[in-house]
Write a protein that binds this ligand. Structure first.
Ligand code: FAS
Ligand code: PHB
Length: 394
């Protein structure tokens, strides 16, 4: 048994785990990240693309903004289109004074790994059989297998940043847990193409299905279309994808879209999920280990960041001032912001997707949601405030 000692054991080396490790390091607090996959696998994941104003500011504040500010694409608003109706630009800058940034989670993960390596951060990759022990003791423990050896990490606290399929959430006694879930009867087929992107982040409703135009940099586009939950990648050639996407968007948009061969293609399922509480004794959950949102509101990664803002602030208070108040209220504080994002993501998903088996009443309600947005600047303001993200220092 190889024994390690640290202050915070972090399970999961995705954006939540790495960002927590980095912020703790900046505040002189020692941590060890234990990641199941290889570094290449984690860095190769293609996921989120839109950063809320609070996320952008936090990354700058902790010294991770340089590449984002060089390569990211700032936006003052987001576009909506609707079959046979006028398009709508939600002017987030006008309503909130803030902008959001198109900058891929892939790049953020690369930036985080690079920074942790520069700071000699302890990151154990390709760890298996990760287990949590003694979370109700003063010195909880994480054990795992790596390089053919058994390891134990003796620590003060454990951060469960291991995503929806991780082990951390299961370590909270089931009789204390409450979970809330909605699974959606469709998926998102996403492609990456090395072509100049459409100018806006654009959400499109069409009776054939939802479509989204996004971007990563001036020569890298990201597009999605709603597909049947049973669909497989092999069902979708590039040509079929582009034809479906262009059918679902109005001519004033499609004439600006450049198509090209996909360099990545994947289908993601959509679900809304929250598990409460996000803490038990010396275990604290953050990011997708505690909650998952459909990507329609671009909230998943941003919620992971706000969880880490709250959790790192709480742990720093404990070590610097022996003050446990933020830590004791971590779950309550994080959940208040999480449910706001769950709400927005669910509403936009309901409004912008066709649901199998829905009746004409459902369709009329969906159309009226959009018609009200078109007519009401107050509703547009409300959407802008939620889309840009509530301030982190609530
Ligand atoms: P992550 O899942 O990113 O990281 C968890 C880490 O823990 C992983 O590296 C995993 O390998 C590791 N792990 C798991 N089990 C472990 C164990 N037992 N031991 C050790 N390590 C373990 N969000 C958006 O905002 N926009 C999008 O378009 C979008 N698209 C997405 C597409 C897909 C297919 C998925 C799955 C998610 C998408 N998301 C999107 C949400 C996504 O970006 C998450 O919100 C974000 O990755 C959350 O970060 P983490 O909480 O760090 O979880
Ligand atoms: C993306 O760029 O991947 C993206 C943008 C907006 C969303 C979801 C995903 O709502």
């Amino acid at each position: 048994m190889v024994t390690h000692k640290t202050q915070i054991a972090i399970i999961g080396g995705g954006p939540a785990g790495l960002l927590l490790s980095h912020i703790l390091h900046l505040n002189g607090i020692d941590s060890m990240v234990i990641e199941r996959q290889s570094k290449a696998h984690v860095k190769g994941r293609i996921r989120a693309g839109v950063l809320e104003a609070g996320t952008v500011q936090l990354l700058r504040d902790v010294g991770l903004g340089d590449r984002m500010d060089r390569e990211g694409m700032p936006h003052d608003g987001t576009s909506f289109t609707w079959e046979n109706k006028p398009s709508l630009f939600i002017d987030v800058k006008k309503f909130t004074g803030k902008s959001f940034m198109a900058y891929g989670q892939t790049s953020i993960t690369e930036d985080l790994y690079l920074q942790r390596e520069r700071d000699n951060g302890q990151i154990i990759c390709e760890a298996s059989e990760v287990q949590i022990h003694d979370i109700d003791e003063k010195k909880p423990k994480v054990t795992f297998l790596a390089d053919g050896q058994n390891h134990e990490v003796i620590c003060d606290f454990i951060a469960g940043c291991d995503g929806f399929h991780g082990v951390s959430r299961q370590s909270i006694p089931t009789h204390l847990q409450r979970s809330f879930q909605r699974t959606y009867p469709f998926g998102w087929l996403g492609i990456m193409a090395e072509v100049p992107p459409y100018k806006d982040v654009l959400y499109g409703y069409h009776s054939e299905g939802f479509a989204l135009a996004s971007q990563r940099n001036p020569m890298l586009s990201r597009f999605y279309i709603q597909v049947d939950i049973q669909d497989k990648i092999k069902d979708w050639s590039d040509d079929r994808f582009w034809e479906a996407l262009l059918r679902r968007l109005p001519n004033e948009v499609t004439k600006e879209i450049q198509t090209g061969p996909s360099i990545e293609k994947s289908i993601a399922p959509l679900r809304s999920f929250v598990s409460e509480p996000m803490q038990y004794k010396r275990l604290f959950l953050a990011g997708d280990s505690a909650h998952v949102v459909p990507p329609t509101g671009a909230k998943g990664l941003n919620l992971a960041v706000s969880d880490i803002y709250f959790l790192s602030r709480a742990l720093i208070e404990v070590y610097k001032n022996n003050n446990f108040s933020h830590l004791e209220n971590y779950s309550k504080t994080a959940l208040a912001r999480i449910w706001g994002a769950i709400n927005l993501s669910w509403r936009l998903t309901k409004m912008l997707h066709t649901f199998p088996g829905e009746d004409p009443f459902d369709q009329q309600i969906r159309q009226s949601d959009y018609d009200l947005l078109l007519r009401s600047e107050e509703l547009q303001r409300s959407l802008a405030v939620q889309y840009i993200g509530l301030p982190l220092n609530l």
